[in-house]
Design a protein around this ligand. Structure first.
Ligand SMILES: Cc1cc2nc3c(=O)[nH]c(=O)nc-3n(C[C@H](O)[C@H](O)[C@H](O)COP(=O)(O)OP(=O)(O)OC[C@H]3O[C@@H](n4cnc5c(N)ncnc54)[C@H](O)[C@@H]3O)c2cc1C
Length: 796
């Protein structure tokens, strides 16, 4: 066994094997995998191992395409063939028009990644899968490349190539402790001895938190028990003369695929069970949980109804094993928050299908700092401390119970809510606020017009359309108030704070106490990494503000770039302060009524900051606006939030002040030309492509400058544009394809109706040759090709 390696991957399931393989493919061959037992002895060996191309966003679709292409390539290696049932095809069923519309959107989104899904009716489902009943079936989504693979053979094949490339694999050697050194390198303590490593990767499957504990981290991942049955041969399958496609059924919560001449049927029962919450037996290896067929009887009945042939078929094997789930159901693949030189590839609930792609994206992040796709949907930093074990268990149960039921736009499920609240949460709720969680905080989405108001989850405009329109109108004609909780905020202090930030940002950051500005940060590849407001409160004292979700992400980036030769201190204030936003032409009048200072345009112009009071509450007021209306951000210490709110609501009565939510803000910011982090601002594009020319300043140096300049010479890959879509019944949705003369030329990033401009707006990255104002393109809106015109961004 080597005594040192550049990377040590802990765990030899699909996650670890794929990571090892891809590290060597990226050219890093001084790498090692350590497995406590045999390879695949965790969950991987007993996986149903279905390999679908379906994903909820383009990153997922792209990484699954990579898995499929890789598995096909490996399976065709004559020296080590793998049983891979490639392209049997698969159908996701639907019994409602709303679900069919979702499928149409996903098909359009996948098209942009070169993947051809088809939305088919019930009869066509039956033609392709003769065993199913069309009773109460509307149709489904056809995935032509769906299939299944032998999991053990796959892992052996990956490891075989990795070994040939120089990697070392050590089996029967549990990692028992991890020590991190001052230079951020690690010593991996294993039963067979210590290994020095620059980087460690947690690929520990259901033992994720045993390895996490070794580095002082609790990951928001837990395990659920999950069962499938294997049936005796079925005559209809034998007689069909072709392999049966796979089925995933959100109506009755089961999946099934052909296994030999019978079926493998898996279940997502409502009466589901977490596993290993109180610790895992060290001898649980190559092991299963006890069979528990009674638990899935409710689902089984639905499966019998959909596939009557199963009812007459014997079951010869039951497999019940632990499967990991994360807080939001998506894996955590990337840097471990708050740690240096530590990565994870964990929480894989469909790891066989996805593992090839996850290992690929992780290896790119380790080697190059960033992957070819924006990996935010997988980034472990998308959760903070609020994602406790208890909360993760509740979310995992909810995810498991809804395995094939995708989230509709603006659907926020009830488990583990109110994880982070402010003194106003219950008051706002009484005022009718409907909340949407943002990084664990409950933020106002919109305000109900009546206590019994509910909205139908849909991809179309629904009951809330006019409610949000009413909020926008009230703001645009008077004044509105909202709470922006959880806004990521750090206080950065030190004499050279501006110089330091200036070197990090492509935007010039000058030292003007009392002024706030918007700045952009690039990664080392010259692409857009972060967006922040830089508020200079005093010489050497800056408030850095960013999207709530960016908290751990930006913290890591900033702290990793702290200078060693100068004293710069960063303190997190996210939980200590909260923002109330006053917006609308009468915002100033309300402000004047609650604060005795001069708030006139001359005394407090655009981008000013003032430390003041709102009523009796301490406040830092910034004159910035995300809505295009006159607006003030009132930053209030959390304990005084109530006092500020009361003063504002009392003063606001005179002006008919309304409460408003994020959906109104989303509409207004799209009209105004403001961008949203991780929708429009992604690591796949540079600031010129993102339309941020005015924020890239001519400076001798900044992070990403060289790469950006090199890219600039090559021209734009895509351009972010604003589209006016000629559809009246539905907005577009992120991921939808933009077409020109039969070719996909772009992808929608975000969309909303613009109530002030009365246009159905969307932003999209499209090929630069179609980016001129007035160019006509077509956008998929729920499967219908709708005409759209490129219009200037920020029409208000
Ligand atoms: C019944 C069932 C059906 C499934 N069906 C599908 C499906 O159809 N399609 C699909 O894509 N996915 C499916 N899955 C999920 C899939 O199997 C998992 O996502 C995948 O196997 C997880 O792989 P992993 O590498 O993350 O974890 P594991 O396979 O559990 O591997 C982790 C490895 O880490 C090792 N390890 C842990 N701690 C240490 C330590 N301290 N030192 C050294 N090594 C350590 C373990 O021994 C283990 O080998 C299914 C799962 C179940 C339970």
């Amino acid at each position: 066994m080597r005594k040192s390696a550049r990377v040590v991957v802990i765990g030899g399931g699909i996650a670890g094997c794929s990571t090892l393989y891809h590290l060597t493919e990226e050219g890093w061959t001084d790498v090692m995998l350590i497995e406590r037992d045999e390879l695949t002895s965790g969950t991987t060996w007993h996986s149903a191992a279905q390999v679908t191309n379906f994903g909820m966003n383009q990153t997922m679709v792209g990484l699954k395409s990579h898995s499929i292409a890789l598995y096909k390539k490996l399976s065709e290696d004559m020296d080590y063939p793998i049983n891979y049932h490639y392209a049997d095809g698969g159908i996701r069923l639907a019994n409602s028009e709303e679900v069919m519309e979702g499928y149409r959107h996903f098909a359009s989104m996948a098209k942009g990644m070169g993947v051809n899904f088809e939305v088919i009716d019930a009869e066509e489902c039956k033609r392709r899968h003769p065993l199913i009943s069309t009773d109460q079936l509307l149709g489904g989504l056809w995935d032509p490349l769906d299939g299944d693979i032998d999991p053990a053979q796959l892992c052996q094949a990956l490891v075989r190539v990795a070994r040939k490339n120089g990697a070392e694999v050590i089996r029967h050697n549990p990692v028992i402790a991890l020590t991190q050194h001052k230079d951020h390198s690690w010593t991996v303590h294993s039963e067979n001895g210590d290994i020095d490593a620059e980087i460690v990767v947690n690929a520990g499957g259901y033992r994720v938190n045993e390895i996490g504990a070794m580095m002082g981290v609790c990951h928001p991942v837990i395990s659920m028990e999950h069962q499938y049955f294997l049936t005796e041969p079925i005559d209809q399958i034998i007689q069909a003369g072709h392999r049966m496609p796979l089925i995933r059924c959100p109506i009755s919560d089961f999946y099934c695929r052909q296994e030999k001449q019978g079926l493998l049927i898996g279940f997502y029962e409502q009466d589901c069970r977490t596993w290993g919450m109180n610790g895992i037996d060290p001898n649980f290896t190559n092991a299963l949980c006890p069979d528990d067929p009674d638990r899935v009887i409710d689902v089984l009945e639905g499966a019998f109804m959909r596939m009557p042939a199963i009812a007459d078929t014997g079951i010869h094997t039951i497999i019940n094993g632990p499967i990991t789930y994360s807080y939001d159901g998506a894996p955590l693949v990337g840097p471990i928050p708050g740690k240096r030189n530590a990565f994870c590839i964990i929480g894989l609930r469909a790891g066989l299908g996805e593992g090839g792609g996850h290992g690929w994206l992780l290896a790119q992040q380790i080697v190059h700092g960033e992957a070819c796709y924006d990996t935010w949907p997988l980034d472990p930093r998308r959760f903070g401390d609020y994602a406790t074990v208890e909360a993760t268990a509740l979310k995992s149960i909810e995810e498991y119970q809804n395995e094939f039921r995708f989230h509709f736009p603006h659907e926020h499920r009830p488990a583990a809510r109110f994880a982070r609240t402010t003194p106003l949460t219950s008051i706002l709720e009484k005022e009718g606020a409907v909340f949407a969680p943002v990084d664990g905080w409950e933020r106002i989405d919109f305000v109900k017009p009546a206590p019994d108001f509910t909205e139908t989850h849909s991809y179309r405009f629904n009951e809330s359309f006019s409610v949000i329109g009413g909020e926008v109108k009230a703001i645009a004609s008077g004044v509105g108030l909202t709470e922006v909780n959880g806004f990521c905020r750090y206080e950065i202090t030190g004499q050279d704070v501006h110089d330091w930030l200036d070197q990090l940002s492509c935007t010039r950051i000058k030292n003007h106490p009392g002024r706030v500005r918007l700045a952009y940060f690039l990664n080392h590849h010259g692409n857009v990494k972060s967006e922040a407001t830089i508020a200079t409160l005093a010489d050497g004292r800056v408030w850095y503000g960013a999207a709530a979700a960016a908290d751990r992400h930006d913290w890591d980036w900033l702290t990793q770039h702290l200078p060693t030769d100068r004293e710069i201190t960063i303190k997190r204030l996210t939980d200590d302060w909260c923002i109330l936003v006053l917006a609308g032409p009468q915002a100033r009048d309300v402000l004047m009524a609650v604060s005795r200072y001069d708030w006139s345009d001359d005394a407090f112009p655009w981008l000013s900051i003032r430390q003041t009071h709102i009523g009796i509450a301490e406040a830092i007021v910034m004159r910035v606006s995300y809505s295009g209306e006159l607006a003030y951000e009132l930053h209030i210490p959390m304990p005084q939030l109530m006092a500020a709110y009361q003063a504002l609501t009392k003063a606001g009565t005179t002006f008919g002040m309304c409460l408003f939510g994020m959906r109104a803000v989303e509409s207004m910011r799209l009209e105004k030309g403001y961008l949203h982090w991780k929708s429009d601002l992604i690591t796949e594009f540079n600031p010129f492509e993102t339309g941020l020319h005015r924020f890239v300043h001519d400076k001798p140096a900044f992070v990403g400058k060289e790469a950006l300049m090199a890219m600039q010479k090559k021209g734009l890959r895509k351009t972010l544009v604003c589209l006016d879509i000629h559809a009246t019944d539905a907005p577009s949705h992120g991921g939808a394809s933009v077409w020109h003369e039969g070719d996909v030329v772009g992808t929608v990033t975000s969309a909303s109706y613009g109530y002030r401009v009365r246009k159905n707006l969307a932003y999209a990255f499209i090929k630069p040759e179609y980016a001129n104002h007035g160019t006509e393109v077509y956008v998929d809106v729920l499967g219908v090709s709708q005409k759209a015109v490129i219009v200037p961004m920020g029409q208000i």
